[in-house]
Write a protein that binds this ligand. Structure first.
Ligand code: ADP
Ligand code: MG
Ligand code: MG
Length: 501
């Protein structure tokens, strides 16, 4: 007999009547487009046009207590990641096997070792992080942390992103869309349950703080971008917000290929681009580098782009992320942190350690040792209980369900397996709602949904001191319950925001 999955309550009586839906959906699509909750189309790409980003019409319910717990934990997670990023021994030990077989992580690690051995020119890092979480319905110890009858047990961390943590704009924009919808439906009284979300301002103020620390008022903030940017509104709103907060700060966008062709280091390792020289008015010196690309192999077309990444890393510019932060965000390091005794190495206070441990779910290495062998056996015995993950970012790389068995059988005797980790699958509660998509029906169907909450954090510091550490906002992505993954840009997920119950 199939186990019934717990269900979160509706935030409004559903379904809505067809005539109400028809008019509301049409109007809200225009609202989204006209307020920049949009993306470039992959199917009909043109730089000159936008599609609205898929969104959930009515906000999904999210338990208030769990939401604020996640918000409050973010500063501790920031601190943890900052310390992990600055621990060479831990990074080296955790990634030792993986970098032998995963060329991409290996290349990142080579850059890390190079700059560590040379001596870093810029000790300060800017962390713009996003911790992604899901509610868990399968309680391992009912009665301890939650009542046995609870809808959900607690929330669990999916991963923490240290590079290109997007949705600083689309996160807050989702709540703006849904505020509009609730008002159109005359549910003004519900607005108080949509929590404030100033993620965009928070992330941008982090960049401006780093720019100030750098201390050259003329130096630009540089966004490293892909060749083609689909998620353009999210990125441009960061740029425009920086300009709104401080109209004197120049913001420029360049690809790694541009950097390879046009960037160089000055006499004090200043990052200079586009023909900059002190006596010439062309070009820019760069104060802060914000990577919105560089997190997957496809962003490095040749050795030149890798050389550009090294050049940036060697520079005096403050990087988000610096290479050690990038490595600290790998899945392998996440798994190493879940080992007994690991968190204790980085956080002193017992209450902090306990709070972080509570959100971890089972994470297992597939190294060639008895633990790796045990993990392989567990995955073969019950593949549906797990997610198999490589060292990649950006969605669409994981393996689920029965395919895990095939993948494991294929890799089990080769060193390839050390590039992967096994994670227990989180089983979130269902909610019900409408997803509105470009090209979708005029009247969307009511479907079962599951959500993933991301909390943004900003941290600035060096190996000895933390200058700033704060939680700055959130984003909620929701997908149909049958999809394994819910990337919005990838087309499965939709913008949503938590309605606190
Ligand atoms: P990426 O860095 O590519 O975003 P993630 O670890 O976030 O990798 O995995 C991508 C997606 O896969 C997540 O957004 C989530 O929808 C799903 N996912 C990942 N891990 C789990 C898990 N343990 N349980 C359930 N779903 C998961
Ligand atoms: Mg990620
Ligand atoms: Mg993710």
């Amino acid at each position: 007999m199939a186990v019934e999955i717990p269900r979160l309550p509706h935030t409004l009586p559903l379904p809505l009547k067809d005539d109400v839906l028809l008019e509301l959906v049409d109007k809200t699509k225009d609202w989204a487009l006209m307020h920049g909750a949009a993306m470039r189309s992959k199917a009909n790409f043109s730089k000159d046009s936008l599609n609205f980003a898929p969104f959930v019409l009515v906000p999904s319910a999210f338990p208030r207590k769990e939401f604020y717990k996640a918000v409050q934990l973010q500063q501790i997670l920031n601190e943890l990641m900052h310390r992990v990023a600055h621990n060479r021994e831990f990074l080296t030990k955790s990634l030792k096997e993986t970098i032998q077989v995963d060329e991409f992580t290996g290349n990142l690690f080579k850059i890390y070792e190079t700059v560590q051995d040379e001596g870093v020119s810029q000790p300060i890092s800017l962390g713009l992080l996003r911790s992604d979480t899901m509610l868990e319905t399968t309680c391992p110890s009912p009665g301890k942390n939650c009542p046995p009858s609870a809808l959900y047990c607690c929330w669990k961390q999916v991963e923490i992103n240290t590079i290109a943590s997007g949705f600083g704009w689309l996160g807050p924009a989702s709540a703006l869309i849904q505020r509009f919808v609730l008002q159109e439906l005359n549910h003004h009284e519900m607005l108080v349950n949509l929590p404030d979300n100033n993620a965009l301002e928070g992330l941008c103020s982090g960049m401006l703080e780093a720019w100030k620390i750098y201390g050259d008022s003329k130096a630009a903030i540089l966004f490293i971008i892909e060749d083609v940017t689909y998620n353009i509104c999210d990125q441009r709103f960061h740029e425009f917000e920086l300009r709104r907060l401080n109209p004197y700060v120049k913001v420029i966008r360049r690809t790694l290929t541009d950097m390879a062709q046009r960037a160089k280091l000055g006499p004090d390792n200043e990052l200079l681009i586009d023909g900059y020289a002190v006596s010439v008015v062309d070009g820019y010196a760069v104060s802060v580098v914000y990577f919105r690309a560089g997190y997957e192999p496809g962003h490095y077309h040749s050795q030149k782009e890798w050389d550009a990444r090294l050049l940036i890393e060697r520079s005096q510019a403050i990087k988000s992320p610096s290479i050690h932060y990038h490595l600290a965000g790998t899945k392998k390091v996440q798994q190493a942190l879940a080992r007994p005794g690991a968190i204790e190495m980085f956080l002193g206070e017992a209450s902090k350690i306990e709070a972080v441990k509570e959100i971890f779910t089972g994470l297992y290495s597939l190294d060639f040792d008895e633990f790796g062998d045990q993990a392989i056996q567990m995955a073969l015995d019950a593949p549906e209980r797990f997610v198999l993950k490589p060292q990649r970012e950006g969605g669409g790389n994981n393996i689920y369900g029965k395919e895990i068995r095939d993948a494991i059988l294929k890799m089990k005797d080769s060193r390839e397996r050390t590039a992967w980790i096994l994670m227990e699958r989180i089983n979130p509660p269902l909610s019900t709602g409408y997803i509105v998509r470009p090209g979708g029906p005029d009247i969307p169907e009511l479907v079962d949904l599951v959500s993933e909450l991301g909390i943004f954090g900003v941290i600035i510091g060096d190996s000895t001191k933390i200058y700033s550490n704060r939680q700055v906002g959130h984003m909620l992505r929701t997908k149909v319950s049958t999809a394994n993954e819910g990337g919005v840009a990838a087309g499965l997920g939709a913008l949503d925001s938590p309605y606190l119950i």
